[in-house]
Write a protein that binds this ligand. Structure first.
Ligand code: PHE
Length: 339
């Protein structure tokens, strides 16, 4: 019996394994209840009484030895397996790249921030509109060229359903619902049937502003726009207003801001004039107030509207409006730090 134990021990000592599954086989072969070592315990009852102590000790030692040996083989395998698959669980994970805000959103939010500091609230209107809100209520005469198929995307004719060509339609929606005082801005997407080029696109974004109350004057408009220009383009900015025409404002003006790139000296961005044209504005035409059931004898107001693409292009020196719509990440990610 003692010889048998010794032989078994030598056998176990020499075992080597080539696959992890083999370790489990060895466990069954040697140390399970019916395994070779396990059987020794069955044979133990036939051992003569005077040898029981010595043989019992030897069997127990063998069992401990076998268990340790098999565990050792198993551990070796697990450690080696990890190296082979190249998985090191202590390695830091791959960084997840964060997206960035679209430059148009960055600029839109900046403009919204400036006007909310002045007490303007934000409102939005539908992109699919009717003739009344885009044209008629805004004092466009029936034959005005802007109503032409060339400028406007019509969805249906008679009655007309169309894509709004400017955010001024939201002025009408807000004034129809609310009596003055009204002080709000309307950011949104607009559509014009124009050929796509570096300078113009058939889809773009505007922010409209509207202030209607008793005694609102042109001086209020000028001061509001000057404040905006200085907050957005820098505190040294100057503005100038040139007379213009819109059916829904009277008087109307176009506003230029001193070129923030050359400081007014003249450069290729401002075409050596020192000025950049950035928005249209004016006093709300009394006809528009009346169309929206606001008493034009009691109330006056001003409105302005600017293109977000244009302002973003000026701010960042972007030369082609089409970049905004291509969503090339190499372009988009450059504006991360801006917000
Ligand atoms: N709606 C005009 C445009 O799209 C801009 C504008 C808004 C002008 C409000 C005056 C007042 O060009």
């Amino acid at each position: 019996m003692l010889d048998k134990i010794k032989a078994l021990k030598e056998e176990i000592e020499k075992i080597s394994v080539s696959a992890k599954e083999d370790v489990e086989e060895l466990r069954i072969k040697y140390i399970s209840k019916k395994g070779l070592v396990g059987q020794l315990f069955n044979e133990f009852k036939d051992v003569p009484a005077d040898l029981k102590k010595e043989v019992g000790q030897a069997i127990n030692d063998l069992k401990d030895f076998a268990v340790n040996r098999i565990n050792e083989l198993k551990d070796n395998f697990e450690a080696a397996g990890q190296e082979q698959s190249g998985t090191d669980l202590t390695m830091p994970g791959d960084p997840i790249r964060l997206g960035s805000r679209h430059p148009l959103s960055v600029v839109k939010n900046e403009i919204i921030d400036i006007f909310t500091r002045l007490g303007f609230t934000i409102a939005e209107g539908p992109e699919i509109e009717d003739d009344w809100h885009v044209f008629s209520a805004l004092n466009f005469p029936p034959e005005h060229p802007a109503r032409d198929m060339q400028d406007t995307f019509f969805i249906e004719k008679n009655p007309d359903v169309l894509l709004r060509t400017h955010t001024s339609s939201v002025q009408v929606r807000v004034m129809e619902k609310t009596q003055p005082p009204i002080r709000a801005i309307f950011p949104g997407r607009v559509f014009r049937n124009e050929a796509i080029s570096a300078r113009s696109h058939c889809i773009f974004h505007q922010i409209e502003g509207l202030y209607v109350d008793e005694n609102v004057s042109f001086a209020d408009l000028k001061q509001t726009l000057l404040y905006f220009a200085r907050e957005f383009f820098g505190e040294k900015s100057q503005i100038r207003l040139r007379p213009s025409y819109f059916p829904f404002t009277e008087p109307s003006a176009e506003m230029d801001v001193s070129c923030s790139i050359c400081g007014g000296e003249g450069c290729n961005v401002c075409k050596y004039t020192g000025w950049l044209e950035i928005l249209g504005c004016g006093m709300v035409d009394p006809n528009v107030l009346e169309s929206c059931n606001i008493d034009s004898k009691k109330y006056t107001g001003f409105a302005f509207g600017m293109g977000i693409e244009r302002i973003t292009m000026l701010k960042y020196g972007i030369k082609d409006i089409r970049h905004f719509f291509e969503n090339d990440v190499r372009f988009l990610k450059q504006f991360e730090s801006a917000n």
